[in-house]
Write a protein that binds this ligand. Structure first.
Ligand code: F6P
Length: 358
């Protein structure tokens, strides 16, 4: 059996742990393992794979990033290329990918990634590739997964950052608006915001009104609290408003960002208070995985190999109710896990007096 491992899309702490567990579990069965370089991004080169052995995965559990490299512009069905006139377009190179896998004798692929990677995987399945998926994204938004690898480290980093920003907000009696990642889901904003005792949390699932936030600021002022901590998800938006984006590059998803500055400016205007915005950005994706992330990544990686051994292909290994399960990759493609409006975490936020902007 020859297994290829691919890490595609945005990286997250825990990827290397998953690669290590999958590699060691495969080697233990006497199989061969290769890594796909740069998330399909190098599929056109002479050398698209990295051989993986016990030595190459030694000591990587605690390393952030991915030793294989990744690409946000590596969708084989929509691969960007530069045309002769210098402009960019995309083309479908999935046939070439399938052929490369065949030529190298790859029997099964472990696709580690987020929603984009699972959409690609579900299309590659139709082209005859045997795939097992592993859910990786700090956004925690993959349908059918209680938790994805990278989320725990991300909320830990975001919580620590909001804690630190709170002390300077209080000293300067300012409104501080912290923007966190998460794309169209509010998991990071909600979890880190609650844990760091933010006063206002704005998530995409609940479009906000400035009136509601100003009311909260005024309530705090009346109690002598002359600062307010606001956490906003990058996909958060005003009621009847639009997503704040930084544009789109060919072959990539639209880049979100800028909502924190917009909220800070508008709130200063409305309250007369000084404000600052901070975008945590890629800090949330870097560095060593948390203990929890290491553990689920190792569990996911080894479980993927057991799936392959049983020839139970085209499944995504997931955690549901703290048990490892397998669900069809096609059942999660083109879907997203939002924060449920009835979730007890949202209710907790309301119960402890956090304003959710509605
Ligand atoms: O999907 C993970 C993620 O970190 C999102 O939270 C964020 O919007 C996006 O990736 C950023 O992507 P890039 O690394 O291309 O800027």
């Amino acid at each position: 059996m020859k297994v290829a491992i691919n890490t595609g899309g945005g990286d997250a702490p825990g990827l290397n742990a998953a690669i290590r567990a999958a590699t060691l579990a495969a080697l233990k069965r006497g199989w061969e393992v290769v890594g796909v370089k740069n998330g399909y991004g190098s599929i056109y080169t002479d050398d698209p794979f990295i051989p993986l052995d016990a030595q190459s995965v030694r000591g990587i559990t605690l390393q952030g990033g991915t030793i294989l490299g990744t690409a946000n512009r590596g969708n084989p069905f929509d691969l960007p290329y530069k045309k002769e006139d210098g402009s960019w377009d995309t083309k479908d190179v999935s046939g070439h990918l399938v052929q490369t896998f065949e030529e190298h004798g790859v029997d099964a692929l472990i696709a580690i990634g987020g929603d984009g990677s699972m959409n690609i995987a579900s299309r590659l399945i139709k082209k005859g590739i045997n795939i097992v998926g592993v859910p990786n994204t700090l956004d925690n938004d993959i349908y059918g997964c209680d938790i994805t690898l990278g989320f725990d480290a991300a909320i830990d980093i975001a919580t620590g950052a909001i804690d630190r920003i709170t002390t300077t907000a209080e000293s300067h009696q300012r409104l501080m608006v912290v923007e966190v990642m998460g794309r169209y889901a509010g998991w990071i904003a909600l979890y880190a915001g609650i844990a760091a005792s933010a006063d206002v949390i704005l998530i995409p699932e609940i479009p906000f009104s400035y009136e509601s936030i100003v009311e909260k600021i005024n309530e705090r002022e009346s109690k002598g609290r002359h600062y307010t901590m606001i956490v906003v998800a990058e996909g958060g938006m005003e009621k009847d408003g639009e997503l704040v984006t930084k544009g789109k590059t060919v072959g990539q998803q639209v880049q979100l960002g800028g909502i924190a500055q917009r909220v800070a400016d508008e709130l200063s205007e409305r309250t007369g208070k000084e404000s600052r915005s901070v975008v945590l950005g890629h800090l949330q994706r870097g560095g060593s995985p948390s203990t929890y992330d290491r553990l689920i990544s190792l569990r996911f990686g080894a479980a993927a190999i057991r799936c392959i051994q049983e020839r139970d292909f085209n499944k995504l290994v997931v955690l549901q109710d703290n048990r490892l399960k397998r669900i069809p990759i096609t059942s999660v493609a083109n879907k997203m896990k939002s924060v449920p409006l009835e979730s007890d975490t949202l209710q907790t936020a309301r119960d402890i007096g956090i304003c959710l902007g509605d």
